[in-house]
Design a protein around this ligand. Structure first.
Ligand SMILES: [Zn+2]
Length: 454
């Protein structure tokens, strides 16, 4: 009996302690919230209402956000900066500012689609995009003013999940808002876990069960022209080779902590192009930040003696080459291979940019076509990049294909097309067959180095 009473008392006092603890936590939490809101209000009330920054374009490509716009200031300023701020913390954003006279300006965060504001490292919190001007008054006192932004683009709010790092992710809500009739662009960064359908990276092992791609024979002999099979040695298909390298790459990236989506994981899978989770759509269906299309090349020269050999990396339009150079450097090192001697479309050692030519555009039998000579030829790159890479397939051009749902998206993945080696150069073929891990390691290593330096 006594024991039971004691137990009852223990439970009661435990319950009261818990209530008290929750009460204190509540007070501290809401107190902090109110204080935080006050600080935010204090900052927003400082914003000038005499001028606004027009944002004409903004897009996320991979891990970067790019902004472009115009503004006129009511007065001349000595120092103008673009930044994200909560009134206390200031995160400066690099930009190219061009004065056009009469305190009128045009700005761009970068001329490259894979440069601009890095979304990965923004600290937890709530920030506003503003420009800050600094002037001195007659007494040499600093006068600081803040100007907010208005949305003159065709786009609305954006949602971004950072790459997985130590099993953690941040979610960034980029929202157009108003505060007491002042338009604002607010960045809210919170810690989260990835929703089931959100991934870090997509790998697209080129070709599939109904489309073997190039073929080669394991003894270096030339496969039958029409059927692609070998009279001696084993028949090696590009589809299988691409898949083996891709599976290895997936394993390495997953060991590094990334969540990896693949357009196919078996030799039997058939992959579409513009359908859901197809080669041109999966990276965006899964909100991936990077898309790697893995392929192997051929020159069409028989006898295993193709003068073309080594790797070629195809990249998007208007890109900074930092990541591409790291990919070439690390793949050639880890896979013990070379860059291709091919000169056509080359922009740097091992790096290629293939655009539609005037002839190809003129020949295009499905009109109207909005392709230009700055439109990337390969859909693995062009369509994945949405507005940043001038995706073209809105459903008009190829009635037999499905529409690319992401063709006008301004929130897309940075895409690379790898031609890892020439299957009809015997030396390359042997290296490819014996060294798949090396190719995969080179890609993964380059990614890590790129992210570390960004
Ligand atoms: Zn291919």
């Amino acid at each position: 009996m006594k024991k039971r009473k004691k137990l009852k008392r223990k439970i009661l006092s435990g319950f009261l302690t818990l209530c008290l603890t929750l009460f204190i936590i509540g007070i501290v939490y809401f107190g902090y919230k109110i204080l935080f809101k006050e600080k935010e209000k204090e900052f927003l009330e400082k914003i000038e209402t005499t001028a606004y920054i027009d944002i004409d374009k903004y897009a996320i490509y991979g891990i970067h956000m790019n902004l472009e716009g115009n503004f006129s200031l009511p007065e001349t300023s000595n120092e103008i900066t673009l930044l994200l701020t909560d009134g206390k913390t200031e995160i400066p954003i690099e930009w190219e500012l061009e004065e056009q006279g009469n305190n009128t300006y045009h700005f761009k965060t970068s001329e490259y689609i894979n440069e601009g504001l890095v979304l990965e490292d923004l600290p937890i919190g709530q920030y506003y995009l503003v420009i800050k001007t600094k002037n001195l008054d007659e007494e040499q006192q600093e006068i600081i003013k803040y100007y907010s932004v208005t949305n003159k683009s065709d786009y609305e709010n954006l949602e971004y999940y950072t790459l997985t790092k130590n099993h953690k992710n941040n979610k960034i809500d980029i929202e157009w808002n108003t505060y007491e009739e002042i338009p604002t662009l607010r960045f809210t960064i919170k810690e989260t876990t990835l929703p089931e359908d959100v991934y870090d990276i997509t790998i697209d092992p080129g070709h599939h069960a109904n489309d073997p791609g190039k073929t080669a024979c394991s003894d270096g002999s030339t496969p039958d022209d029409y059927y692609g099979y070998c009279y001696s040695g084993n028949t090696i298909t590009e589809a299988d080779t691409n898949l083996e390298v891709s599976l290895k790459l997936k394993e390495i990236l997953e060991n590094m902590g990334y969540k990896v989506a693949m357009t196919r994981e078996t030799k039997e899978d058939v992959v579409g192009i513009y359908e859901k989770n197809g080669s041109a759509t999966m990276a965006n269906d899964t909100h991936s930040k990077f898309n790697f299309a893995i392929h192997h090349n051929s020159s069409g020269i028989s006898g295993g003696v193709s003068y073309l050999k080594g790797m070629e990396l195809y990249i998007a339009n208007d890109t900074n080459l930092d990541f591409a150079k790291l990919l070439v450097e690390n793949i050639t090192k880890e896979a013990n291979t070379t860059t291709s001697p091919k000169e056509l479309y080359k922009v740097d050692d091992g790096i290629y940019q293939r655009f539609f030519t005037e002839e190809e555009i003129a020949k295009d039998d499905v009109q109207p076509s909005n392709k230009t000579t700055n439109t990337i030829y390969y859909y693995y790159i062009r369509e994945v990049g949405g507005v940043s890479t001038n995706a073209t397939n809105d459903g008009r051009y190829y009635p037999t294909y499905e529409k690319n749902e992401h063709y006008d998206s301004n929130n897309t993945a940075e895409s690379y097309l790898f031609e890892l080696g020439y299957m009809d150069n015997y030396q390359d073929l042997l290296n490819i067959l014996n060294n798949k891990d090396g190719y995969a390691e080179g890609i993964a290593e380059a990614l890590q180095k790129y992210l570390d330096q960004e």
